[in-house]
Write a protein that binds this ligand. Structure first.
Ligand code: ADE
Length: 260
């Protein structure tokens, strides 16, 4: 997949593409990337990229001239072009999967109050928000989007890791992931749940499913209705609800005062 990111701050992104799993995907030839500085397409002597909003209002808008020239230079009209913005369609795993099918992606990072609507009308296929909160720069949102997409490319990470993680599909695989433990089996005052060291695969699978249900019930109960659980799993869920819902660590109020 070829990924082109248009940005006013390429240095914010470079470290991501040169590190860890992304760097490996680039080395393997799964990802080719290009960081393009929109300012290079601002032809006035001050390389101006923003101006006031017509009609008034707070903040500045990115100028259509430099951004349009930049989009033309990277062939955006012939490629799936996304703009990350808090006023876009909400991003999720299914959206990431859809974008991962593209051979080529252009991502526009917004700054200031956003970009001129004529650029959106002319070049942008998708306006995408990564969540219901506002970031100070589109680069952070672009990284989230690119990360969620590239890791789904065949060969980027192991298929097994993908299968069991949260949001990976319908039925049980649409649940949040179960808790995981590594060595040592005794850590401080707390021990790994015995079943996980029993070597009994069916019991381990049963424990994991139960934990996924408990965690999803506690954190994201709305997912339980939409993932389409098989009947026997629904029975297990009903049992958990009758027993009093989720276990202690997940039963806390997320808005409690001591969370900083
Ligand atoms: N830019 C600023 N906030 C954003 C968000 N929530 N999603 C996408 N782009 C953004």
């Amino acid at each position: 997949m070829k990924i082109t990111v248009l940005t006013l701050f390429p240095e914010m992104l470079r470290g991501f593409f040169e590190s860890s799993i992304m760097a490996r995907a680039v080395k393997k030839g799964l990802v080719e990337y290009e960081l393009v500085n929109i300012r290079d397409y601002a032809l006035d002597k001050h390389h101006k990229c923003d101006d006031l909003v017509f009609g008034g209002g707070a903040g500045m808008l990115m100028l259509p001239g430099p951004l349009g020239a930049c989009l033309d230079a990277v062939g955006a009209r012939e490629r799936r072009t996304v703009f990350v913005t808090p006023s876009g369609r909400l991003f999720n795993q299914a959206y990431a999967r859809d974008l991962s099918q593209e051979g080529s992606l252009v991502v526009i990072c917004g700054h200031y109050e956003g970009i001129d609507q004529r650029i959106i009308d002319e070049y942008v296929d998708d306006e995408i928000s990564i969540g219901d909160y506002v970031l100070s720069s589109g680069e952070v949102a672009a990284l989230v989007l690119v990360d969620a997409v590239f890791r789904l490319l065949p060969g980027a990470i192991s298929g097994e890791s993908l299968e069991e993680e949260s949001f990976s599909g319908s039925g049980e695989s649409g649940l949040l992931e179960y808790p995981q433990f590594t060595r040592p089996a005794d850590y401080g005052t707390s021990k790994v749940p015995e079943v996980l060291t029993s070597g009994h695969h069916a019991k381990i699978a049963g424990w994991r499913l139960r934990e996924r249900l408990k965690k999803t019930l506690a954190y994201r109960p709305e997912l339980l209705a939409s993932v389409g659980l098989p009947e026997e799993v629904q029975r297990l869920l009903a049992e958990i609800v009758t027993e009093g819902g989720s276990h202690e660590p997940y039963a806390e109020d997320p808005g409690r005062a001591d969370q900083g």
